[in-house]
Design a protein around this ligand. Structure first.
Ligand code: SIN
Length: 327
């Protein structure tokens, strides 16, 4: 069994363990192992400090779409190498919280609870609630990739919930009911809007709020690449439903969120130092987990966009979150 304390000092030196009872998934060039019994795969066979051939990358991309979470364990890469890998997945979009962009490349957002000279070195407690990345943008995120730099002694895992499996399991009547519905989205966590709370969305300045629109996305949303339907962003940035009274819309979104984040749809991802994990935002919700603020945790994050906005849900309801929610 791998001990996380060991991994904190020796990136790349651990031996992968296959969860008991699960067979390795053998693909042509890369040995992929399941991350659990539901979804997600991992490999120790990829070195992102070296160029990946087109065939090798295509194989990893297929695994990403098939398994939703792809973990490339034990990497030792520079900021430039991390960005070069992410660019192969899609166009990176710098996060609106620009005060924690990496000094070498604004496409990297630093997630960290570490303080230096009394000042934060990164964004702390980001995304500690179920959400999907950039669902508050008209063209949302295809993939997010995290590169784990410092792993806490206790916890610091990311939870994922499979929204395609949850959609598949819905009763037919609910599938019919939600089929025509458009969720209304803007930056934030509808379950906690208190700026000072650790489970609220990270606070924006007025200038940052002014850059955030109010937009719509389908609730039953076909995957832009595979076409498979998922419940989309029913937790997190969804604050209403077009044409539905607010309380009714919130009740429906809350019902769907409670249903689709049940433990039976969840994967818990545990980091070692050097792990690069990539996840499919059109298929999953995810949530960071809160840890002791003094237990150091640092990751670099890059989020890449889908190719285009969804033609069915293209309306920008308000050009700016700030003007529609004046302070
Ligand atoms: C995120 O939501 O991007 C952060 C996930 C994490 O820190 O575990």
């Amino acid at each position: 069994m791998v001990h996380r304390e060991d991994s904190a000092t020796t990136p790349g030196s651990r031996v992968a363990t296959v969860p008991e009872g699960l067979a390795p998934i053998i693909s042509a060039m890369t040995a992929l192992q399941p991350l659990g019994s539901l979804f997600g795969v991992e490999t120790w066979d990829v070195d992102l400090s070296r160029a990946l051939s087109a065939d090798r990358f295509a194989e990893l991309e297929r695994a990403f779409y098939e398994h939703h979470v792809l973990a490339l364990r034990g990497q030792e890469i520079s900021a430039a190498q991390f960005v070069a890998f992410a660019r192969r997945l899609g166009p990176p979009q710098p996060h609106v919280i620009d005060q924690f962009h990496h000094p070498e490349d604004p496409n990297i957002l630093i997630l960290s609870n570490v303080r230096e000279n009394g000042r934060p070195t990164g964004l702390q407690d980001a995304g500690s609630y179920f959400h999907t990345d950039y669902s508050y943008l008209a063209v949302p995120a295809r993939a997010t990739t995290l590169y784990s730099r410092v792993v806490p002694k206790v916890g610091g895992d990311t939870l994922f919930a499979d929204q395609q499996a949850a959609y598949d399991d819905l009763p037919e009547a609910m599938k019919k009911r939600i089929e025509p519905l458009l969720g209304i989205h803007h930056y934030g966590n509808r379950h906690d809007v208190r700026d000072a709370s650790r489970t609220a969305a990270s606070a924006l300045s007025d200038e940052q709020k002014a850059r955030m629109p109010v937009i719509t996305h389908r609730i039953a949303r076909p995957h832009p690449v595979t076409g498979r339907k998922a419940l989309y962003a029913v937790s997190g940035s969804s604050f209403g439903i077009v044409g539905m009274p607010e309380d009714e819309a919130r009740d429906l979104l809350d019902e769907l969120a409670a249903y689709s984040t049940q433990p039976k749809y969840q994967l818990r991802f545990r980091y070692g130092v050097g792990d690069v994990v990539v996840w499919d935002n059109a298929a999953l919700l995810h949530s960071a987990t809160l840890i002791d603020p003094d237990d150091a945790r640092t990751l670099w994050r890059i989020t890449v966009l889908e190719e285009s906005r969804d033609a069915v849900a293209a309306d920008v309801l308000a050009p700016s979150f700030a003007t529609s929610h004046p302070a």
